[in-house]
Design a protein around this ligand. Structure first.
Ligand code: ATP
Ligand code: MG
Length: 137
């Protein structure tokens, strides 16, 4: 059993897609281990996207991810990290196949609805960024 950190990004919340996307994860059989609605701050964005802070697109990414409320959650299940990444589809919605979250709901590279940790180390780091240990149940 694995845990992974998932974000329903501001575009998903603004478009009222938080429920439908969460439903897809639950229908897959993943269990919600933590969940909250937050406003991502620039400081939090820099921690979460530390690997991207120096990239040319980072200022746009920070503007986007701080533009409105985000749902942060921990999902738990067998191979949860890779299962969630597969359900999300590739970064750019234009390249994402129908049946994936990004493929079904968007065509943008930046406003791509969801985040999922890309490996066990990232998952541990990211869960700790968003949740205190007692908040994961
Ligand atoms: P995430 O980390 O959010 O789960 P990802 O792992 O598919 O997405 P990354 O390469 O880690 O993609 O990029 C992080 C986020 O930065 C992307 O989800 C997207 O919102 C944004 N992004 C990535 N590349 C670009 C780019 N070239 N231009 C604008 N935004 C980008
Ligand atoms: Mg990533």
């Amino acid at each position: 059993t694995e845990r992974t950190l998932v974000l329903l990004k501001p575009d998903a919340v603004a478009r009222r897609l938080a429920g439908p996307i969460l439903t897809r994860f639950e229908q897959k059989g993943l269990r919600i281990a933590a969940l909250k609605l937050i406003q991502v701050t620039p400081e939090l964005a820099k921690r979460h996207y530390a690997e991207h802070v120096q990239k040319p697109f980072y200022p746009m990414l920070e503007s986007f991810i701080t533009a409105g409320p985000t749902v942060a959650l921990v999902l738990e299940g067998k191979s949860a990290i890779s299962v969630v990444r597969g359900m999300m589809g590739p970064t750019n919605g234009r390249d994402a196949a129908p049946g994936t979250i990004r493929g079904d709901y968007g065509t943008s590279r930046q406003m791509n609805l969801v985040h999922g940790s890309d490996g066990p180390e990232a998952a541990a780091k990211e869960i700790a960024i968003y949740f205190q240990p007692h908040e994961v149940v």
